[in-house]
Design a protein around this ligand. Structure first.
Ligand SMILES: [Zn+2]
Ligand SMILES: [Zn+2]
Length: 303
């Protein structure tokens, strides 16, 4: 069985860097209350009726509360083609408009979750001390008092507004698995740019020997996880776990031995090949990876 994940890949291609003037222009466009009010009116319309979310020129002007039609038209013109689209039914948010509004909504909630860390029932896979979880400024972190971090990732402050720490952690886990699905396919989770992926030896004293790292050619975003993460979303791994009664989606990352147990070995130097081994009951699943973490082969054996 072979698999080549190429969703974001085109060898040797370089990513165009955004024109700095265009980026600052996009930000400047939003630096005006009337324009933000127009985006808000379009969000309100969508919230009111997702099926009939388009507003005509006069509906939009009315909802924005601007009497001067010329002035309104000027500001709408600044948004059109970038954050707002004109359709046959009227005006709607464009892709960038939805993203901007989503980012504003995600970041502007007050959360009741105490930024002080909370103890968890689980112990650290590296030293057996108790794990603690904290959530602060949009970042959730789980670790022990010996500075072993088993998860650190971003969660929108708005998502924390009506969730307990347990709920935040399970949301963070699902987001992590979704991100892994994208990055193992070579796609940046921040900007959809193409990623350089590499399996590298780790230099920590933990039991993890190899890390799966990704660097975005477009925005520079960097991720690093244990090499086992590269197989997490592979059908062979998900199916193997399912056959042994393990729901991968439901598990918090530090309870998956695959991510903490050093189950990755290098089986060949030239060409570089790595083997991730997963064991459950009396069965073993071996996945063979190349230097970019692409799974070349899988094998199940009964011991
Ligand atoms: Zn520890
Ligand atoms: Zn990127």
């Amino acid at each position: 069985m072979t698999d080549e994940s190429t969703a974001g890949d085109r060898e040797g291609a370089t990513e165009p860097v955004e024109d700095a003037a265009a980026v600052s222009d996009a930000f400047a466009t939003l630096g005006d209350e009337t324009r933000v009010a127009i985006l808000e009116a379009l969000v309100e319309a969508r919230r009111g009726d997702p099926e009939e979310r388009a507003l005509t020129f006069s509906e939009l002007r009315e909802r924005t509360g601007i009497d001067d039609s010329g002035r309104f038209n000027y500001h709408l013109g600044k948004l059109r083609g970038r954050f707002v689209e004109e359709t046959d039914e009227g005006y709607v948010l464009s892709y960038a408009g939805r993203e901007v509004v989503g980012a504003i909504l995600a970041g502007t909630y007050d959360t009741d979750v105490d930024p002080e860390s909370e103890p968890l029932d689980d112990t650290c896979p590296f030293c057996d001390e108790g794990l603690r979880a904290s959530f602060d400024a949009g970042e959730v972190a789980v670790g022990c008092e010996n500075d072993h971090t088993v998860m650190r990732t971003s969660v929108a402050p708005s998502a924390a507004a009506d969730r307990s720490m347990d709920d935040i952690l399970s949301l963070a886990a699902r987001q992590t698995y979704t991100m892994i699905e994208l990055v193992t396919g070579g796609v940046c989770t921040d900007c959809s740019g193409r990623l350089d992926r590499e399996i590298v030896p780790t230099e920590t004293e933990l039991s993890i020997d190899y890390a799966f790292t990704t660097t975005c050619r477009r925005c520079g975003a960097f991720t690093s996880s244990s090499a086992g993460a590269a197989v997490l979303r592979h059908p062979a791994f998900v199916g193997f776990c399912h056959d042994h009664g393990i729901d991968v989606v439901d598990r918090l990352p530090w309870t998956l031995p695959l991510l903490t147990d050093g189950e990755t070995t290098r089986t060949s130097a030239d060409p570089p090949r790595y083997r991730v081994r997963v064991e459950a009951d009396d069965e073993v699943l071996d996945l063979t990876l190349d230097e970019r973490g692409v799974i070349l082969d899988t094998e199940r054996t009964t011991s």
